[in-house]
Every structure is written in structure tokens, then in C-alpha cells.
Design a protein around this ligand. Structure first.
Ligand SMILES: Cc1ncc(COP(=O)(O)O)c(C=O)c1O
Length: 449
């Protein structure tokens, strides 16, 4: 055995000059050694790598920032936590303790909210398909049902009559937004008259109260003006409903869709610096809602189903470098212990990635691969990093939204998730999976035993 260091073929790498990059960011090597005061090295020593770490403080701060931005501009505001964005019980609990209701899109999410202690009358139930038994439970419990189409209205009517109850129904509306692409597959279309027709069908039907209007125009919507247009359109529809049917709505729900501080791959500027803030969306929505012709004391509650913008910044993924490589074209590459199985959002974000320890040497463009034996397992296709070695750690910032709900148990097991509390205490909020967890769902046919 020789002690000679491994040979690495030399390659020519362009030097990165100057202190700022093209986004005006400091490109000298940044280091992140702690998350909310918890040393990353200690977290990994105790809970392993990869590791998702959530900051309770950031969850609370983002929630309060959102709430403040809206209550300053509109008299009645409700935040309904979008379960699909992150339904870990501890995350939901932080928001519910701050007063959030729940927004769910499936029987599974509905049950999660109920088991988390949310009263059924504080649940907004969205989604293109709600099975009959879920409809029956939610009608019985007094949840708000946001209808997606005429078939669903007929089913709600039939089930409500059978139960002898009155369902609290809202119409989910989709609409055109003056050229800004918006989602059209969910709910009923405004311009074609479908949404008004659905409202009339609910008013004329049996066992249903029309109590609200809902829209969710899309996600990571970078233009606050689209919210002004959408809110104005819903306000005018609400005015028509009160003239035509004498219906006074109890809420208008503007859905989610505000961007987090992440950067989309298509964005040139850094999202942390250029994405609009909550106050700009609040201003746009309150201007749109000013078209409501309701007496001030009866203004409908503005419901927000903000998902990613509340939770993204609170989540970090700590990973470890498992191998270093020089690709055939001279690029430097790292193989990490976390990949696309854990970081679904890497498909559309350029995540902020920061070393968790001091690393000397010149930064150079680096490809970050995950551990999966899959060509698509790339977390960053080019990020400027110093020469990290095996065992070094990297932190992916702003990963709290959608990753711990969309992650896949593919090739590897899912790791632990911890939360750093506001007083600095650390607690596991989801334990790492084991082979036993996975095998527990399987069964062996008798003839193979
Ligand atoms: C109906 C509904 N409400 C809220 C959300 C949350 O959206 P976002 O995370 O973009 O805020 C979604 C996400 O798709 C949704 O479909």
C-alpha cells in the first residue's frame, strides 16, 4: 500500500474575480456553522446526515409578517395553513397555535388536521376530487367545501339531504388574468359564466348554503398585480351574487401562490432580493377587494392559503459530501448523500447552498449530484463553491416547502427531521425511516414463503 495522495488530472478553471457576483451578492466563501444557534456539526453527530432542520422562530416570524401585512390593509383576515405544503404535525402545530385554520385537499389531509386537533368547522376543503365519505364527514362537521365542478355540487346536495344537514359551500373560480398565465383546470371558469351558474345552482339547490368564493391563481406568482385583478374579479362576482340572489358571502379566499425567497431557474435576479414581499401582495389584494359593495360591518373575511412563502425559509437540508470528481469536461462535481429523492424543489429552484465549515481555496463552478443511481439526480448544475472534500457538509437553504411532503422513498430511506425551538432546544419531529418501516407494508404470498 502506498501513501501517495490520489492523482488528479490538472484542468484549467477560470478564476472568479471581484467581491460581488452578477447578482450583487458577496461571492467570497460564505459559511453557515449554526442553524438558530444549533451547531450543525452537533446536529449531524446526533441525528445523522442528511438531515432536515426546521426553525420554529422563522415559522413564527414569517406567519406574523404575513398576518401583519394583511391586517393593516383589510379588516378581517384568516390564514388557513396549506397542508400539502408541509403536513408534519409539529409544523402544523406551530401555525395552528398562532391562529391558523387548515386548508386541505384530500381525505388524508382532512384526517391529519382533525387528528391535529383542528375543529372541522375550521377546515377549508379544496381539491378536484373529494370521495363521498369524506364529503359526508366534512358536511357533518361543518367544514367549508370549495367545489370544483357541477358533479361535485350534485353529490354534496345528495349527501347533505341524506344527512339532514346544510353544507357550507364555496365556489372555486378560475379566470383569465390579462395575459398572466394562471391555472384553469381547477374550479369553474369566470368569463364563460360557469362560476355564476354554479353559484346559482348552489343557491337554488337543497341542503347547501353558498358562503364563499375561492381562487388559487397559481404558485410562485411573481406579479402582485395579478392578485389585484383576481380579487377585483371575485369582488364583482360577489356584488352580482348579492344583487341577483341576495347572498351575502362570509369569505373570499385568495388561495396561495406568493413566492418564497427562493430563485426559480428561469429567474435572472436572485429571488431573495428581487421577489415581491407580502406587503405588495396585501396592497394588491386589498385594492382589488375595495370593489366590494358590502356594508363595512359585513365585509367578507379574506382567507389566505399561503403555503411555500410561510414555510420555505424555515427549512434547511444538511448534506455531506460523499465523493468528489472531475468530470470529463473538466468540471468539478460532488456526490452528496441527499438527492432529488429528498429535494424535489431542486427541479425548479437554484437553491442557495452554503458550506457548513471553513474551506480554503478558490471557488469554482461545481455540479452537485445526489446519491441515486439516476442521471436526473442533480441538485445544482453549477454553483460556485470552494474545493470541498469528502466528509465536508453543505446546507441547502429555503427548502421547507413541499420537500417533506413530495419526497420519495426511492432507493434510500428518508432521514430524520428536527426542529430548533425558539429557546434553542432541538427535537426530532420525524424519526428516520428503517427497512422495517418499509417492509411493514408488504406481504409475502403464501406460495412464496
Ligand atoms: C388550493 C391551494 N391553496 C393553496 C396552495 C398553496 O400554494 P403556495 O404554496 O403556492 O402558497 C395550493 C398549492 O398548490 C393550492 O392548490
Amino acid at each position: 500500500m502506498s501513501n501517495k495522495p490520489a492523482y488528479e488530472r490538472p484542468s484549467i478553471v477560470r478564476h472568479q474575480m471581484g467581491g460581488l457576483n452578477k447578482f450583487g451578492q458577496d461571492q467570497r466563501s460564505r459559511v453557515l456553522e449554526e442553524l438558530d444557534g444549533a451547531p450543525i456539526a452537533d446536529l449531524v453527530a446526533q441525528y445523522g446526515s442528511p438531515l432536515f432542520v426546521f426553525s420554529e422562530r422563522t415559522l413564527v416570524e414569517r406567519y406574523q409578517e404575513l398576518e401583519q401585512a394583511f391586517v393593516r390593509r383589510y379588516p378581517r383576515v384568516r390564514i388557513a395553513w396549506s397542508y400539502k405544503t408541509n403536513y408534519l404535525q409539529a409544523i402544523c402545530r406551530v401555525f395552528h397555535k398562532l391562529g391558523a385554520w387548515a386548508e386541505v385537499v384530500s381525505p388524508f389531509e382532512y384526517d391529519k388536521a382533525i387528528r391535529g386537533g383542528i375543529p372541522p368547522e375550521r377546515i377549508h376543503f379544496n381539491g378536484p376530487f373529494k370521495p363521498d365519505d369524506a364529503l359526508a364527514r366534512s358536511i357533518d362537521g361543518g367544514s367549508f367545501l370549495h367545489v370544483d365542478g357541477f358533479d361535485e355540487i350534485a353529490r354534496i346536495e345528495r349527501i347533505a339531504k341524506r344527512l339532514g344537514k346544510t353544507a357550507r359551500v364555496a365556489v372555486r373560480v378560475n379566470m383569465s388574468l390579462d395575459g398572466v398565465p394562471s391555472w384553469s383546470r381547477f374550479g369553474l371558469n369566470l368569463e364563460s359564466g360557469q362560476a355564476a351558474e354554479a353559484a346559482a345552482r348552489i343557491v337554488d339547490g337543497e341542503g347547501m348554503d353558498l358562503v364563499g368564493l375561492h381562487t388559487h391563481i397559481g404558485t410562485f406568482m411573481l406579479d402582485p398585480t395579478s392578485y389585484k385583478i383576481a380579487a377585483g374579479k371575485l369582488a364583482r362576482l360577489a356584488n352580482d351574487l348579492s344583487t341577483r340572489h341576495r347572498v351575502r358571502l362570509s369569505f373570499i379566499d385568495m388561495g396561495g401562490g406568493f413566492p418564497s425567497r427562493n430563485t426559480l431557474k428561469e429567474q435572472y435576479l436572485d429571488g431573495g432580493q428581487s421577489n415581491p414581499r407580502f406587503s405588495q401582495y396585501a396592497q394588491a389584494i386589498s385594492e382589488g377587494l375595495s370593489e366590494l359593495e358590502y356594508p363595512a360591518q359585513h365585509l367578507p373575511t379574506l382567507v389566505l392559503e399561503t403555503g411555500r412563502a410561510l414555510v420555505d425559509e424555515a427549512g434547511s437540508l444538511v448534506t455531506t459530501v460523499e465523493a468528489t470528481k472531475r468530470l470529463g469536461d473538466g468540471r468539478r462535481a460532488l456526490v452528496l448523500d441527499a438527492g432529488a429523492n429528498l429535494l424535489f424543489t431542486a427541479f425548479w429552484y437554484r437553491h442557495d447552498v452554503v458550506p457548513a465549515q471553513e474551506v480554503g481555496g478558490l471557488a469554482e463552478p461545481t455540479v452537485l449530484y445526489g446519491p441515486l443511481c439516476m442521471n436526473i439526480d442533480v441538485l445544482r448544475d453549477s454553483v460556485s463553491l470552494p474545493p470541498l472534500s469528502v466528509g465536508d457538509r453543505l446546507v441547502f437553504r429555503n427548502v421547507g416547502a413541499y420537500n417533506v411532503t413530495q419526497w420519495m422513498q426511492f432507493i434510500t430511506l428518508r432521514p430524520a427531521v428536527v426542529m430548533v425551538g425558539r429557546s434553542g432546544e432541538v427535537s426530532v419531529i420525524r424519526r428516520p425511516e428503517t427497512v422495517d418501516d418499509i417492509n411493514a407494508h408488504e406481504a409475502m404470498p403464501e406460495w412464496l414463503q
